[in-house]
Design a protein around this ligand. Sequence first.
Ligand code: AVI
Length: 319
Amino acid sequence: MENRSDAVDGQDVIEGLSSQPKFLPPKYFYDQRGSQLFDQICELPEYYPTRTETAILKEFGGAIAQTTGPCEIVELGSGSATKTRFLLNAYQSAGHPLRYLPIDVSETALVESSKQLLLEYSALTIHGLISTYEPALAKLPAAQLPARMICFIGSTIGNLQPHEYSAFLDRMARSLRPKDYFLLGIDLQKEVSVLEAAYNDSRGITAAFNLNMLRHLNYRFDGDFDVDCFAHVACYNQESHQIEMHLESLKAQTVQLKALGLTVRFASGERLLSEISRKFDLEKTAQTLAARHLPVVTTFTDQNRWFGLLLCQRSPDRC
Ligand code: AVI
């Protein structure tokens, strides 16, 4: 297990809360409570992405293993590696060697899931990296199998801002050798009512997840956000094709984050953007990937075309 996590000093919080309109990076959702709430979101009847992508992986894992042949599986944001098991099962059934390189910022999640996987798959070798994506991709260890497949599933790519998305795809292309694979999970554009229900669930779990970010900031930066004075708001922006999740201030208030030396004023009704979740078009995404030396080899989707899993293969650079 290698630790390459980068130091976090809250500079991004200062920047986001000093901007107009205010924003916060979605990484602050994920303290221990936030990760638990996210796991609960994945089980909600309204939140279709997880179960839809899982069903796609279950159905087409064999086709993926057949296309790539023996290859090591790198996973960005591996978490509890629940969905990964469908890939490992498929590679095992195909008689391919099992080598897995999970990358996650949470040491606990990485160690616990790796221990569990090693119990379940006797032929598996694991090289874990405790890291954010960028440093991990920049320094992946030398491949030990003929090919490598980097997986970025769960539509986490949808939480990147457009400029981060472009930079991420460029970095991905640089991290892969020609003929290596990139497996990308994307949530697709669909009826607004389905999308908005997924981020406004009837049990209020998504609201608790959103508001927990403020508790996390209080803990981390000695803050005094009164969580009861903010409300969860999530709506679909049809022009940008993205869910926008906000924390709305329920009154005029001042908040301090002592560890950052920061005082922030909120007007009544002022919204702070806590997350975007972009919804993609299959054909346009394939064009973007092809332009980045990552042409799509096979597209897997569900019957409703609600979620897409794109298997891309790194093309050689042309001079
Ligand atoms: C992690 N990510 C893909 C989730 C999403 O759907 O954008 C995060 C999430 N936010 C609210 N619900 C789920």
